[in-house]
Design a protein around this ligand. Structure first.
Ligand SMILES: *[C@@H]1O[C@H](CO)[C@@H](O)[C@H](O)[C@H]1NC(C)=O
Ligand SMILES: *[C@@H]1O[C@H](CO)[C@@H](O)[C@H](O)[C@H]1NC(C)=O
Ligand SMILES: CC(=O)N[C@H]1CO[C@H](CO)[C@@H](O)[C@@H]1O
Length: 377
């Protein structure tokens, strides 16, 4: 009895499972557009949008020893509507974004996940996640094409081709689109990235807001489960993993303070699917409120990821320079994960509470990847 309990533990301890990337979302590059169509475009850097505060990135790397940041941006700012989605960028916005990515990667030596925060939609971010035209939707005359999406990714990847610490996230939280279209768009992005010569890790999202719990279920308007088709992606460099989000509150939205949805049981089906298909995944969004119940749920979730070798990384939602007292996740009073800020009650934010209680103890500092091209190992 003792022995049978002991052996699996030893197996885990010697590194059967390994988290390579651990960190935080840096949200802010997509801010300032919610309201009426066209609002906040192109926006003012440092006012409507901002990518990172370099000082807090330094705190995360130097003191917390994390190695992973997911940095959001808006495709309508990178490719203004007057240009259309494709290879022509707003060079001002790009250089502001690149400055953030270069600080994280070249200056600090961490890995940066490039995140077009667009729900697989383009042209109207005013009421994300539901506004905008689905990329590649041939029934929508305003929609960008899948070929344009490929050209966009080819250009973006070519600009980071020599930066080994970059990871390409194809798109944030696709939802309510046909399975074959999501597969085609994901494949187009992979083709565009690899055609640039870039060899770095790619993360491909599923349908249904890329929710882990619903991976094997029908989502949205009767769309096929992500598990039915995302194993068909072809990457000539064999360096693509699955991008998963999972919140722990009642409806998986991350809008409630209480955690009631246990990560381990809700992720069991996708973990089995990953194993069957010899795939890896990164949990690039999750979160919980400032309370003991959520601390336990986050602890259980991160322990589960560490114990299952299909999972190679995680980043919690969210830090970022312009959250102020607002909560990006999990109830109005939680506050953001940005070090040194306060919540709406004038108390320390989630960096002091959630991060300190439930995240910091789970950072696998010794195991994290510290050098080499971003990849599956
Ligand atoms: C490019 O971005 C900058 C900074 O947000 C903005 O001032 C400028 O108007 C933008 N240009 C276009 C064509 O959108
Ligand atoms: C950036 O972070 C540092 C460290 O927490 C803080 O002192 C500073 O006020 C922040 N800057 C901005 C513009 O928020
Ligand atoms: C809890 C929370 O704010 N979750 C957000 C994570 O990011 C996605 C994309 O912006 C939002 O849809 C979620 O609401």
């Amino acid at each position: 009895m003792l022995i049978s309990l002991f052996i699996p533990y030893i197996f885990l301890a010697v590194g059967l499972a390994k988290i390579l990337y651990a960190g935080v979302n840096e949200s802010g590059g997509e801010f300032g557009v919610f309201g009426t169509p066209g609002q906040g475009l192109p926006g003012r850097f440092g006012v409507d949008y901002a990518f990172i505060n370099k000082s807090t990135v330094d705190i995360f790397v130097d003191q917390e020893k994390i190695n992973f940041f997911r940095v959001t941006f808006l495709m309508e700012r990178m490719c203004p509507l007057s240009f259309g989605l494709g290879s022509k960028f707003n060079e001002t916005y790009f250089s502001e974004f690149a400055d953030a990515i270069n600080h994280i990667t070249l200056t600090k030596g961490a890995y940066a996940l490039i995140d077009p925060h667009n729900y697989m939609r383009y042209n109207d971010p005013s009421s994300q996640p539901f506004s905008g035209s689905i990329i590649g939707d041939t029934t929508d005359p305003k929609a960008a094409t899948t070929a344009q999406f490929q050209a966009f990714w080819n250009q973006l990847a070519s600009r980071f081709v020599s930066n080994p610490n970059v990871i390409f996230g194809i798109n944030n939280e696709p939802h309510d689109l046909a399975a074959d279209l999501l597969l085609a768009n994901n494949q187009a992005a992979i083709n565009g990235i690899r055609a640039s010569g870039a060899k770095q890790l790619i993360l491909a999202p599923g349908n249904g807001f890329t929710g882990g719990h619903s991976w094997t279920q029908v989502t949205g308007s009767g769309d096929a489960p992500s598990s039915d088709f995302l194993n068909q992606l072809v990457d000539p460099a064999r360096n693509t993993a699955i991008d998963v989000h999972e919140y722990l509150d009642v409806d998986f939205s991350g809008s409630h303070a209480e955690c009631t949805q246990p990560g381990p049981s809700n992720l069991a089906a996708i973990t089995a699917w990953l194993q069957q298909n010899n795939l890896k995944a990164v949990l690039s969004e999750f979160g919980g409120g400032n309370n003991q119940n959520c601390f336990q749920f986050i602890d259980d979730l991160l322990a589960y990821l560490s114990a299952n070798p299909e999972w190679i990384g995680w980043s919690i939602w969210a830090a970022g320079p312009i959250w102020g007292t607002a909560s990006p996740c999990c109830g109005p009073d939680t506050g953001s994960l940005e070090p040194g800020q306060i919540n709406d009650l004038g108390q320390p934010d989630a960096f002091t509470t959630v991060w300190a209680s439930a995240v910091r103890p789970n950072i696998p500092t010794g195991d994290l990847k510290r050098s080499g091209v971003s990849g599956l190992s």
